[in-house]
Write a protein that binds this ligand. Structure first.
Ligand code: TNX
Length: 484
């Protein structure tokens, strides 16, 4: 199982077997959507009827208990008489059901009827996460991914208890979210992507559907509007946002660090006020990410003047600021979350420390560990290697609590695995870079420190292979793992 639960005990003489007459019981109606989705999948693979009913069932899902395990915690028991999953919230119940899915045979994930038996070895589990933020980022700017593609990505990552989806919605190569007050952002700024092909964007209706779909998987979307660099798509759409009022061409290559908003123009802040307002209106989560990375074309003094003004606009629209670690060089509003993407570079570490000294918290995305776009090895046909090669072992073998020296454990909100898509133009390529590394980052975010061990993780990861085969996931069969 991945992530490894906090506490699990085998019940050696007990086996649960799902029979054709099984039922799914819900203790109250709040569990209905979770039960319905779970039952729908099991009906496809088992061919059983699996009615969802109030009260107890062969499998009972309850939101009445396990209070001591927190909002995402749950208890699970499987024995010869049935299965119960109990949590204090629907969120905890959902996490418990992802565990139950992993306890069932891999073919339970199939979309056509399979042969049983549908057995689970007797077990009791008591589980809760180490960190509250366990994210994955998808860059939909360099290459655009449709609503259906993002939904499929959500399906896959939610199986590993990921609870944040950071969407990198704007960059030099494309603007991907509708903004009514600045329509050329998408009409023009969203028209292309890396390589010069047709881009795309989410309409407000589509974006709302995406946020809703994520929420049904207990994933909160963290939207990112990158500023003041990584802004060529916006600059190309509106000349007035440029120093000198001259709009550049659209950009479809992969250099970074060449674009910047005009820091000393009022229109820049009027623009950001509108954009952050409209994006915040579509964001049920607390965080709005303003980027702040690699602003190599913004003079540093101007950068330091810009960040607090942009941050204030995020706060004005009711959101907490999230930003890449460069933003910590200036002063940050209360409640800021700083995303650390450094490696062992002392300059980046100093910025992380500066963030914490100001009261900010950290989400850890060390590029040489957590970046899903880094090549696995020299011959990996996709991805980049500026942060080194990131094997499955390399991506798993680090401790979030001690990654950045001189930062207290209490300042760490969690981890995130970013997937930049300069070299990835379809979902198969996205899957190839994401799996099998993402489950390891998810485990670092969820499982207790004492459970983290590469040799046992390797064996558990091998068991995910058959599951991905059933799900049709194009995962990288790394030779580091003895796949089943
Ligand atoms: C750096 S790391 C970037 C992105 C690139 C990525 C490629 C960071 C915050 N910015 O603009 O896509 O490297 O790995």
């Amino acid at each position: 199982m991945i992530p490894q639960p906090t506490a699990q005990q085998a019940l050696p003489d007990e086996t649960f077997t799902l029979q054709p007459d099984a039922t799914i019981g819900i203790a109250d109606s709040s569990a209905q959507p979770i039960a319905d989705r779970f039952a729908a999948q099991l009906r496809r693979s088992t061919g059983f009827e699996l009615p969802v009913q109030e009260g107890t069932g062969t499998i009972t899902l309850s939101t009445d208990g396990a209070e001591s395990l927190g909002a995402e915690g749950y208890e699970l028991r499987a024995d010869a008489s049935g299965v119960t999953v109990t949590a204090a919230t629907t969120e905890g119940l959902f996490r418990g059901v992802t565990t139950l899915r992993q306890l069932l045979p891999a073919k339970a994930e199939a979309n056509s009827e399979q042969e049983g038996p549908w057995e689970i070895a007797g077990t009791t589990i008591s589980d809760f996460p180490r960190y509250g933020y366990r994210g994955v980022m998808l860059d939909v700017s360099r290459h655009f991914f449709t609503l259906d593609q993002v939904k499929h990505f959500i399906d896959l990552v939610s199986l590993y208890k990921i609870n944040r989806l950071h969407l990198h919605l704007s960059d030099d190569q494309g603007w991907r979210i509708q903004v009514d007050s600045w329509p050329r952002l998408t009409e023009y700024g969203g028209s292309l992507q890396v390589g010069g092909g047709t881009g795309g964007y989410y309409t407000k209706t589509e974006y709302a559907e995406l946020v809703q779909y994520a929420a049904e998987h207990y994933i909160t979307v963290v939207p990112e509007i990158d500023t003041p660099g990584h802004t060529n798509a916006a600059l190309a759409s509106y000349p007035e946002l440029n120093k000198g009022d001259q709009a550049p061409e659209l950009y479809t290559e992969t250099e970074v660090g060449f674009s910047s908003f005009a820091i000393d123009k009022d229109v820049t802040y009027e623009f950001l006020d509108d954009v952050f307002r409209e994006v915040a209106e579509q964001t049920p989560g607390e965080l709005l990410h303003l980027g702040g990375d690699e602003a190599h074309s913004t003079p540093h003094s101007e950068y330091l003047a810009f960040v607090p003004q942009a941050a204030e606009l995020v706060v004005k629209h009711g959101k907490r600021v999230m930003g890449w670690h460069e933003i910590a060089d200036g002063s940050l509003p209360a409640g800021t979350v700083v995303q650390y993407w450094g490696t062992e570079d002392p300059k980046a570490q100093v910025l992380a420390q500066k963030a914490v000294e100001q009261g900010a918290t950290l989400v850890l995305s060390p590029a040489n560990r957590a970046y899903l776009d880094m090549k696995y090895h020299e011959e990996t046909p996709l991805g980049l290697q500026w942060a080194g090669l990131v094997s499955v072992e390399q991506s798993y073998s680090w401790n979030p609590a001690t990654l950045v020296p001189n930062v207290p454990a209490s300042a760490i909100d969690g981890v995130e695995a970013p997937l930049w898509t300069e070299t990835l133009d379809d979902l198969e390529k996205v899957e190839f870079m994401t799996f099998p590394r993402l489950p390891g980052i998810a485990e670092l975010g969820w499982s207790q420190e004492s459970a983290l061990d590469w040799t046992t993780y390797r064996d558990r990861l091998a068991e995910q292979g058959p599951r991905w085969e059933v799900l049709g996931v194009n995962f990288y069969r790394s030779p580091e793992i003895d796949w089943r």
